[in-house]
Ligand binder design. Structure first.
Ligand SMILES: [Zn+2]
Length: 63
């Protein structure tokens, strides 16, 4: 079943397209987050330098 209109989502955090397409991550409120970023999000702490960056990106989802 090759080339059957596979969706190519772009991660809102790293702005990359995962190789696996839509199955390579999660969709939250219509915004795609790749598995890699999802993993990072789950393990990040509030004093991590990346935390603010993630917070900024995630505003797009929650607003
Ligand atoms: Zn990502």
């Amino acid at each position: 079943m090759a080339g059957s209109g596979k969706l190519l989502p772009i991660c809102i955090i790293c702005e990359q397209v995962p190789q696996d397409g839509i199955v390579g991550g999660v969709v939250v409120n219509g915004n795609f987050i790749c598995a890699k970023c999802e993993d990072e999000l789950l393990s990040i702490t509030t004093d991590d330098v990346k935390y603010r960056l993630f917070q900024e990106k995630l505003k797009k989802i929650w607003l």
